[in-house]
Write a protein that binds this ligand. Structure first.
Ligand SMILES: [Zn+2]
Length: 319
Protein backbone atom coordinates (compact mmCIF):
# COMPACT_ATOMS: atom_id res chain seq x y z
CA UNK A 1 0.00 0.00 0.00
CA UNK A 2 1.33 3.40 -0.92
CA UNK A 3 2.54 5.61 1.88
CA UNK A 4 0.68 8.82 2.45
CA UNK A 5 2.38 11.90 1.11
CA UNK A 6 2.00 15.58 1.40
CA UNK A 7 1.34 16.77 -2.04
CA UNK A 8 1.95 19.85 -4.02
CA UNK A 9 0.33 18.48 -7.13
CA UNK A 10 -3.16 18.88 -5.87
CA UNK A 11 -4.10 21.48 -8.38
CA UNK A 12 -3.51 19.31 -11.44
CA UNK A 13 -6.75 17.34 -10.95
CA UNK A 14 -9.91 18.55 -9.37
CA UNK A 15 -11.13 17.22 -6.07
CA UNK A 16 -14.47 17.39 -4.31
CA UNK A 17 -15.19 18.21 -0.70
CA UNK A 18 -16.69 15.45 1.47
CA UNK A 19 -18.76 18.03 3.30
CA UNK A 20 -20.12 17.81 6.84
CA UNK A 21 -18.97 16.80 9.36
CA UNK A 22 -15.49 17.14 7.85
CA UNK A 23 -15.83 20.67 6.52
CA UNK A 24 -14.82 22.95 9.40
CA UNK A 25 -13.51 26.23 8.04
CA UNK A 26 -10.88 26.47 10.76
CA UNK A 27 -9.55 22.97 10.08
CA UNK A 28 -5.79 22.86 9.65
CA UNK A 29 -5.18 19.94 7.29
CA UNK A 30 -6.85 18.20 4.36
CA UNK A 31 -6.88 14.42 4.00
CA UNK A 32 -7.43 13.54 0.35
CA UNK A 33 -8.72 10.06 -0.46
CA UNK A 34 -7.67 7.99 -3.47
CA UNK A 35 -10.89 8.97 -5.25
CA UNK A 36 -9.97 12.63 -4.67
CA UNK A 37 -12.40 13.56 -1.95
CA UNK A 38 -11.15 16.14 0.56
CA UNK A 39 -11.73 15.85 4.30
CA UNK A 40 -10.95 19.04 6.24
CA UNK A 41 -9.85 17.94 9.67
CA UNK A 42 -7.90 18.98 12.75
CA UNK A 43 -4.37 17.76 13.26
CA UNK A 44 -4.84 17.68 17.01
CA UNK A 45 -7.64 15.10 16.78
CA UNK A 46 -5.67 12.91 14.38
CA UNK A 47 -2.53 13.26 16.54
CA UNK A 48 -4.46 12.29 19.66
CA UNK A 49 -5.90 9.21 17.93
CA UNK A 50 -2.81 8.06 16.07
CA UNK A 51 0.88 8.07 17.00
CA UNK A 52 1.66 7.75 13.29
CA UNK A 53 -0.15 10.98 12.46
CA UNK A 54 1.46 12.63 15.51
CA UNK A 55 4.95 11.89 14.21
CA UNK A 56 3.99 12.88 10.68
CA UNK A 57 2.75 16.28 11.85
CA UNK A 58 5.82 16.88 13.99
CA UNK A 59 8.08 16.67 10.94
CA UNK A 60 8.88 19.87 9.07
CA UNK A 61 6.54 20.46 6.18
CA UNK A 62 8.25 19.53 2.91
CA UNK A 63 8.74 22.20 0.31
CA UNK A 64 6.04 21.82 -2.30
CA UNK A 65 4.30 23.97 -4.81
CA UNK A 66 1.18 24.04 -2.66
CA UNK A 67 0.10 27.65 -2.44
CA UNK A 68 1.01 29.10 0.94
CA UNK A 69 -2.59 30.08 1.65
CA UNK A 70 -3.83 26.52 1.05
CA UNK A 71 -4.04 23.97 3.84
CA UNK A 72 -1.49 21.17 3.67
CA UNK A 73 -2.89 18.15 1.84
CA UNK A 74 -2.12 14.53 2.70
CA UNK A 75 -2.85 12.10 -0.10
CA UNK A 76 -4.02 8.73 1.13
CA UNK A 77 -4.24 5.36 -0.58
CA UNK A 78 -7.74 4.63 0.80
CA UNK A 79 -10.99 5.64 -0.84
CA UNK A 80 -13.43 8.16 0.62
CA UNK A 81 -15.82 5.54 2.06
CA UNK A 82 -13.07 3.84 4.04
CA UNK A 83 -11.68 7.19 5.16
CA UNK A 84 -15.12 8.44 6.23
CA UNK A 85 -15.68 5.21 8.18
CA UNK A 86 -12.36 5.62 9.97
CA UNK A 87 -12.74 9.33 10.72
CA UNK A 88 -16.27 8.88 11.97
CA UNK A 89 -15.07 6.52 14.71
CA UNK A 90 -12.24 8.79 15.90
CA UNK A 91 -13.95 12.16 15.57
CA UNK A 92 -15.99 13.19 18.63
CA UNK A 93 -19.77 13.36 18.31
CA UNK A 94 -19.83 12.35 14.70
CA UNK A 95 -22.54 10.47 12.96
CA UNK A 96 -22.60 10.08 9.23
CA UNK A 97 -25.84 10.12 7.32
CA UNK A 98 -27.91 6.98 6.72
CA UNK A 99 -25.71 5.83 3.87
CA UNK A 100 -25.78 2.43 2.27
CA UNK A 101 -23.86 -0.13 4.35
CA UNK A 102 -20.14 -0.31 3.73
CA UNK A 103 -18.99 -2.97 1.32
CA UNK A 104 -16.66 -5.68 2.53
CA UNK A 105 -13.74 -4.03 0.71
CA UNK A 106 -14.41 -0.64 2.31
CA UNK A 107 -14.74 -2.15 5.78
CA UNK A 108 -11.51 -4.07 5.35
CA UNK A 109 -9.78 -0.94 3.98
CA UNK A 110 -10.93 1.05 7.03
CA UNK A 111 -9.68 -1.68 9.39
CA UNK A 112 -6.42 -1.86 7.48
CA UNK A 113 -6.03 1.89 7.75
CA UNK A 114 -6.72 1.84 11.50
CA UNK A 115 -3.96 -0.77 11.81
CA UNK A 116 -1.55 1.17 9.58
CA UNK A 117 -2.03 4.35 11.64
CA UNK A 118 -2.10 2.45 14.95
CA UNK A 119 -5.50 3.82 15.91
CA UNK A 120 -6.52 1.29 18.54
CA UNK A 121 -9.83 2.91 19.45
CA UNK A 122 -10.90 2.98 15.83
CA UNK A 123 -9.91 -0.65 15.36
CA UNK A 124 -12.12 -1.69 18.26
CA UNK A 125 -15.11 0.29 17.04
CA UNK A 126 -14.66 -0.78 13.44
CA UNK A 127 -14.48 -4.41 14.57
CA UNK A 128 -17.86 -3.99 16.28
CA UNK A 129 -19.25 -2.60 13.01
CA UNK A 130 -17.58 -5.43 11.12
CA UNK A 131 -19.14 -8.06 13.39
CA UNK A 132 -22.65 -6.77 12.74
CA UNK A 133 -22.10 -6.01 9.07
CA UNK A 134 -24.05 -7.30 6.11
CA UNK A 135 -20.75 -8.49 4.63
CA UNK A 136 -20.17 -10.84 7.58
CA UNK A 137 -23.72 -12.07 7.50
CA UNK A 138 -23.85 -12.66 3.73
CA UNK A 139 -20.34 -13.87 3.06
CA UNK A 140 -18.32 -14.82 6.14
CA UNK A 141 -15.96 -16.87 3.99
CA UNK A 142 -15.16 -13.93 1.71
CA UNK A 143 -14.79 -11.72 4.78
CA UNK A 144 -12.40 -14.23 6.34
CA UNK A 145 -10.21 -14.45 3.25
CA UNK A 146 -10.09 -10.65 2.90
CA UNK A 147 -9.21 -10.14 6.57
CA UNK A 148 -6.72 -13.01 6.62
CA UNK A 149 -4.85 -11.83 3.54
CA UNK A 150 -4.40 -8.38 5.13
CA UNK A 151 -3.17 -9.85 8.41
CA UNK A 152 -6.19 -8.49 10.30
CA UNK A 153 -6.23 -11.18 12.97
CA UNK A 154 -9.24 -10.12 15.03
CA UNK A 155 -11.39 -9.49 11.98
CA UNK A 156 -10.37 -12.91 10.63
CA UNK A 157 -11.42 -14.48 13.95
CA UNK A 158 -14.82 -12.80 13.80
CA UNK A 159 -15.36 -13.94 10.22
CA UNK A 160 -14.17 -17.49 10.97
CA UNK A 161 -16.69 -17.80 13.81
CA UNK A 162 -19.44 -16.42 11.59
CA UNK A 163 -18.52 -18.98 8.91
CA UNK A 164 -19.38 -21.85 11.28
CA UNK A 165 -23.03 -21.45 10.39
CA UNK A 166 -22.17 -23.00 7.02
CA UNK A 167 -20.66 -26.34 6.20
CA UNK A 168 -17.19 -25.77 4.81
CA UNK A 169 -17.53 -27.86 1.68
CA UNK A 170 -17.02 -27.01 -1.97
CA UNK A 171 -20.75 -26.84 -2.71
CA UNK A 172 -21.15 -24.10 -0.13
CA UNK A 173 -17.97 -22.26 -0.98
CA UNK A 174 -18.93 -22.33 -4.65
CA UNK A 175 -18.24 -19.12 -6.51
CA UNK A 176 -16.42 -17.66 -3.53
CA UNK A 177 -13.55 -20.03 -4.41
CA UNK A 178 -12.51 -17.59 -7.09
CA UNK A 179 -11.74 -15.00 -4.43
CA UNK A 180 -10.18 -17.24 -1.80
CA UNK A 181 -6.57 -18.19 -1.44
CA UNK A 182 -5.20 -21.59 -0.51
CA UNK A 183 -3.43 -20.77 2.78
CA UNK A 184 -6.45 -18.79 4.06
CA UNK A 185 -8.84 -21.60 3.20
CA UNK A 186 -6.52 -24.17 4.78
CA UNK A 187 -6.38 -22.14 8.00
CA UNK A 188 -10.15 -21.82 8.05
CA UNK A 189 -10.57 -25.53 7.38
CA UNK A 190 -8.33 -26.36 10.35
CA UNK A 191 -10.41 -24.05 12.54
CA UNK A 192 -13.65 -25.74 11.43
CA UNK A 193 -12.17 -29.18 12.13
CA UNK A 194 -11.01 -28.10 15.61
CA UNK A 195 -14.47 -26.69 16.37
CA UNK A 196 -16.11 -29.90 15.15
CA UNK A 197 -13.84 -32.03 17.33
CA UNK A 198 -14.64 -29.90 20.40
CA UNK A 199 -18.37 -30.00 19.66
CA UNK A 200 -18.52 -33.77 19.16
CA UNK A 201 -16.44 -34.35 22.29
CA UNK A 202 -18.81 -32.17 24.33
CA UNK A 203 -21.79 -34.46 23.72
CA UNK A 204 -20.06 -37.82 23.35
CA UNK A 205 -20.17 -38.89 26.97
CA UNK A 206 -23.12 -39.91 29.08
CA UNK A 207 -22.78 -37.09 31.63
CA UNK A 208 -24.63 -33.99 30.53
CA UNK A 209 -23.77 -31.67 33.40
CA UNK A 210 -24.95 -28.63 31.44
CA UNK A 211 -28.53 -29.87 31.19
CA UNK A 212 -30.62 -28.37 34.00
CA UNK A 213 -33.59 -30.18 35.48
CA UNK A 214 -36.43 -30.18 32.98
CA UNK A 215 -39.04 -27.47 33.55
CA UNK A 216 -41.64 -30.15 32.94
CA UNK A 217 -40.77 -33.81 33.33
CA UNK A 218 -39.73 -34.17 29.68
CA UNK A 219 -36.37 -35.55 30.46
CA UNK A 220 -35.08 -36.72 33.81
CA UNK A 221 -38.27 -38.75 33.87
CA UNK A 222 -38.85 -42.26 32.61
CA UNK A 223 -42.24 -43.69 31.96
CA UNK A 224 -42.68 -46.52 34.45
CA UNK A 225 -44.83 -48.49 32.02
CA UNK A 226 -42.27 -48.12 29.24
CA UNK A 227 -40.89 -51.12 27.43
CA UNK A 228 -39.39 -49.19 24.53
CA UNK A 229 -36.03 -50.55 23.48
CA UNK A 230 -33.19 -49.84 23.31
CA UNK A 231 -32.77 -47.60 26.30
CA UNK A 232 -29.96 -45.18 26.96
CA UNK A 233 -28.56 -44.27 30.35
CA UNK A 234 -27.38 -40.72 31.03
CA UNK A 235 -26.73 -38.48 34.01
CA UNK A 236 -28.02 -34.93 34.02
CA UNK A 237 -27.13 -31.67 35.69
CA UNK A 238 -24.58 -30.89 38.36
CA UNK A 239 -26.32 -33.41 40.66
CA UNK A 240 -25.73 -36.18 38.10
CA UNK A 241 -29.23 -37.44 38.44
CA UNK A 242 -29.85 -40.60 36.51
CA UNK A 243 -31.98 -40.60 33.36
CA UNK A 244 -33.05 -43.60 31.34
CA UNK A 245 -34.11 -42.43 27.90
CA UNK A 246 -35.65 -44.26 24.98
CA UNK A 247 -34.14 -44.51 21.52
CA UNK A 248 -35.78 -41.31 20.28
CA UNK A 249 -33.47 -39.32 22.54
CA UNK A 250 -30.45 -41.51 21.87
CA UNK A 251 -31.15 -41.38 18.14
CA UNK A 252 -31.30 -37.61 18.26
CA UNK A 253 -27.93 -37.43 20.05
CA UNK A 254 -26.42 -39.79 17.45
CA UNK A 255 -27.67 -37.56 14.62
CA UNK A 256 -26.44 -34.44 16.42
CA UNK A 257 -22.94 -35.90 16.76
CA UNK A 258 -22.86 -36.87 13.09
CA UNK A 259 -23.97 -33.41 12.01
CA UNK A 260 -21.49 -31.63 14.26
CA UNK A 261 -18.64 -33.53 12.64
CA UNK A 262 -19.11 -31.27 9.61
CA UNK A 263 -21.13 -28.40 10.96
CA UNK A 264 -20.22 -27.25 14.47
CA UNK A 265 -22.90 -24.72 15.30
CA UNK A 266 -26.08 -24.70 17.36
CA UNK A 267 -28.34 -24.14 14.34
CA UNK A 268 -27.21 -27.46 12.90
CA UNK A 269 -28.68 -29.45 15.80
CA UNK A 270 -31.81 -27.49 16.69
CA UNK A 271 -33.60 -27.45 13.34
CA UNK A 272 -36.73 -29.44 12.50
CA UNK A 273 -35.00 -31.72 10.02
CA UNK A 274 -32.75 -33.17 12.70
CA UNK A 275 -35.49 -33.34 15.36
CA UNK A 276 -38.23 -34.87 13.20
CA UNK A 277 -37.08 -38.53 13.09
CA UNK A 278 -37.35 -38.63 16.89
CA UNK A 279 -41.06 -37.81 16.71
CA UNK A 280 -41.64 -40.37 13.99
CA UNK A 281 -40.09 -43.31 15.85
CA UNK A 282 -42.43 -45.87 17.34
CA UNK A 283 -42.74 -45.56 21.12
CA UNK A 284 -45.21 -45.95 23.95
CA UNK A 285 -47.66 -43.20 24.93
CA UNK A 286 -45.57 -42.22 27.93
CA UNK A 287 -42.45 -41.71 25.79
CA UNK A 288 -44.51 -39.81 23.20
CA UNK A 289 -45.40 -37.26 25.84
CA UNK A 290 -41.82 -36.91 27.04
CA UNK A 291 -40.39 -36.39 23.54
CA UNK A 292 -42.32 -33.08 23.36
CA UNK A 293 -39.40 -31.68 25.33
CA UNK A 294 -36.89 -32.44 22.57
CA UNK A 295 -36.75 -28.88 21.08
CA UNK A 296 -35.99 -27.47 24.53
CA UNK A 297 -33.37 -30.15 25.10
CA UNK A 298 -31.80 -29.35 21.73
CA UNK A 299 -31.57 -25.67 22.68
CA UNK A 300 -29.56 -26.53 25.79
CA UNK A 301 -27.39 -28.74 23.64
CA UNK A 302 -26.93 -25.87 21.15
CA UNK A 303 -25.91 -23.48 23.93
CA UNK A 304 -23.30 -25.95 25.12
CA UNK A 305 -21.98 -26.39 21.58
CA UNK A 306 -21.68 -22.61 21.16
CA UNK A 307 -19.87 -22.40 24.48
CA UNK A 308 -17.27 -25.07 23.73
CA UNK A 309 -16.74 -23.80 20.19
CA UNK A 310 -16.19 -20.26 21.48
CA UNK A 311 -13.29 -21.64 23.52
CA UNK A 312 -11.50 -22.96 20.43
CA UNK A 313 -8.63 -20.53 19.92
CA UNK A 314 -5.10 -20.32 18.70
CA UNK A 315 -5.48 -21.88 15.27
CA UNK A 316 -6.08 -18.50 13.69
CA UNK A 317 -3.08 -16.78 15.17
CA UNK A 318 -1.62 -14.63 12.42
CA UNK A 319 2.07 -14.04 12.51
ZN1 LIG B 1 -41.61 -45.89 26.11
Amino acid sequence: MAAPSESGHSSTKSSTAFGPPFDDTDADIILRSSDRVDFMVYKVILSKASPVFKIMFSLPRPLTDTPQESLPIINLAENSKALAALLSVIYPHTTLGPDEPLSLNDLIAALDMAKKYAIATASRRLLINFKGSKAINDSPLGAFCAAYSRGLGEAAQIAARASLKYRLNLDNIGDALEYTNGPALHRLWKFHRACSAAAVRAISGVNFTWIPPAPIAWWSATSTMCNCKPRYQYTLGAQKSSWVANSSWGGYLDRARNTLREHPCSGAITNQAILRPSYQASMCDGCRQLICGLPEFSRYLGEEINRVVSNVRGLLHLS
